[in-house]
Ligand binder design. Structure first.
Ligand SMILES: [Mn+2]
Length: 240
């Protein structure tokens, strides 16, 4: 059995090459996947309505449903583009949702999963905004926005942020903060920390303990496979 980890695909349109590559990757491993771990920002924008899903995401959601039906466990760590995953993920896809990251034991590995947006404890402004956005009251308010309007506003916001150099752009990876975060988890007994969010792949392993960061898909597929207790990262990021 294989276990697959990916993050930051920022999907929005099924006609985009990255969307097709993600579908191909899932198709390629279908039938052999014990677990599929999605580490956030898989969608460029998501709100979990009760009875509605965005039509652009139907191909991916259907693929996830087929995987689940074939026995694959689905785990979703919420990102800063896709939170309030909602009833569709919870009830239809029977997905384990980790809003703030958390533990996962697989193949004898004790893994701590995080999207990566909570790694820097000094980022007080972002943490405040994050708390407001994820408040149950905010979820209630968001669910009253008509889906077409929410989609249009979100698409506009991502186009603006892409123009300003945010969104899908690669950012620098705060390696020291990540290593400090990972060290804390290692002290708690985890042997692996997997993160996304920074859009830059990274592998730092020492004494059997590994910090692994997933890249985005702007330069080709970026994912991690766990097989028989061993991680393989694609692309193979340089190790010091
Ligand atoms: Mn992110």
């Amino acid at each position: 059995m294989k276990h697959l980890f990916l993050a930051d695909t920022h999907l929005s349109d099924p006609a985009d090459p990255i969307y097709r590559q993600v579908m191909d990757l899932l198709e390629e491993h279908a039938g052999q996947l014990g677990t599929l771990v999605l580490l956030g920002d898989i969608f460029e924008f998501w709100i979990g309505y009760r009875h509605v899903v965005f039509s652009n995401y139907v191909p991916l959601l259907e693929k996830l449903r087929q995987l689940r039906e074939a026995g694959t466990q689905l785990v979703f760590v919420e990102g800063n583009h896709d939170f309030h995953l909602g009833p569709y993920f919870r009830d239809i896809l029977d997905c384990r949702i980790l809003p703030d990251g958390g533990p996962l034991e697989l193949d004898g590995r004790r893994i701590f999963l995080t999207h990566g947006d909570l790694v820097n404890p000094h980022d007080k402004g972002y943490r405040r905004l994050r708390r407001v956005l994820r408040h149950p009251l905010t979820r209630r308010l968001l669910s009253w926005i008509p889906p077409d309007a929410a989609w249009a506003v979100a698409r506009r916001a991502s186009r603006l942020s892409a123009r300003k150099g945010g969104g899908r752009q690669r950012r620098s990876i705060p390696e020291q903060a990540l290593l400090a975060f990972a060290d804390e988890r290692f002290k708690e007994g985890y042997d692996t920390v997997i993160t996304g969010h920074f859009h830059v792949p990274l592998q730092r392993c020492r004494d059997g303990k590994c910090l692994l960061a997933l890249g985005d898909w702007g330069h080709g597929p970026s994912f991690i496979l766990l097989e028989q207790g061993a991680f393989t990262c694609y692309p193979d990021a340089p190790s010091p």
